[in-house]
Design a protein around this ligand. Structure first.
Ligand SMILES: NC(=O)c1ccc[n+]([C@@H]2O[C@H](COP(=O)([O-])OP(=O)(O)OC[C@H]3O[C@@H](n4cnc5c(N)ncnc54)[C@H](OP(=O)(O)O)[C@@H]3O)[C@@H](O)[C@H]2O)c1
Length: 249
């Protein structure tokens, strides 16, 4: 079912942790060549590369702080120069900067949250798009959040807004990419059990989980399988769509 993912060159941002790390392992197990992008998680990225290589896979690590335009600008080019092309870009790196009630939110947190969750994915996608156009095809998968559907909580309103903008970028790029067989889709994650949540002191985590119709948090693998589906031949007639992996949320 996922045969054509073999030997595809896949750059996954934020692959040093949580969902991205799980995707890197899963894609590699199907024979893809993976770029493990990281920012602060050098040791985690290195460990993942070692694990993938030990299983016979091909992987390399790439550092970039996606809040810094200069570092961001080199990422896709570095991946292409190492692997001689790019077939799939997964814009997975993201998060909430300034987990604060919107009444107290500072402009820096608003701007950085947008920079990480929509500006960086857009500029990375644009660079990948240029190469995919020459190659007559490619896939871009943007990782959004259920926060885009609800507008986020009072502490993550800016994050919900940024993810909403990312979903809009997906639609725009999918229309621009269709004539070149560049397929662009969004996966909207629900509450997924990753280090993402450990960064914030959330006293009401159990109450949040009870609100999920399936009454459990998602696992990184739940999102990764959807990404694999879209990236493989199973997703060859799908573009401009948003898929929720959220237990019914
Ligand atoms: N967990 C959830 O419940 C959930 C739900 C919906 C959507 N999502 C989305 O899913 C994606 C992955 O989240 P996750 O749960 O796997 O979170 P995570 O475990 O916290 O991982 C976040 C990743 O983003 C990278 N990152 C953070 N800031 C960065 C920066 N300035 N520059 C470059 N990379 C940066 C991190 O790199 P380093 O660790 O190397 O710094 C890490 O690899 C995010 O886009 C998130 O918004 C998560």
């Amino acid at each position: 079912m996922f045969e054509k993912i073999k030997n595809k060159k896949v750059l996954i941002t934020g692959a040093s942790s949580g969902i991205g790390a799980c995707m890197a392992e899963l894609f590699s197990s199907y024979g893809a060549t993976v770029g493990i992008h990281y920012c602060r998680g050098y040791e985690r990225a290195k460990k993942l590369r070692k694990m993938i290589k030990a299983k016979g896979g091909e992987a390399e690590i790439f550092k970039a702080d996606l809040l810094k335009a200069k570092e961001r600008a080199k990422l896709v080019g570095s991946f292409i120069s190492v692997f001689k092309g790019i077939d799939i870009l997964i814009n997975n790196a993201g998060g909430i900067i300034g987990n604060k009630h919107f009444l107290n939110l500072d402009e820096k947190s608003w701007k950085e949250t947008f920079s990480l969750n929509v500006e960086a994915p857009f500029f990375l996608a644009r660079q990948a798009f240029i190469h995919m156009k020459k190659n007559k095809g490619g896939k871009i998968i943007n990782i959004s959040s259920i926060a885009a559907k609800y507008g986020g909580s009072t502490n993550s309103l800016h994050y919900g807004a940024a993810k909403g903008a990312l979903e809009s970028v997906t639609i725009g790029l999918s229309r621009a990419g269709a004539p070149y067989n560049i397929l662009v889709n969004t996966i909207r994650g629900g509450f997924i059990d990753t280090p993402f949540h450990k960064k914030f002191k959330r006293p009401n985590i159990e109450a949040r989980i009870k609100l999920i119709p399936l009454k459990r948090p998602g696992e990184p693998m739940d999102v990764s399988r959807m990404a694999l589906f879209l990236a493989s031949e199973s997703g060859d007639f799908i573009t401009g769509e948003t898929f929720s992996v959220s237990g019914g949320d």
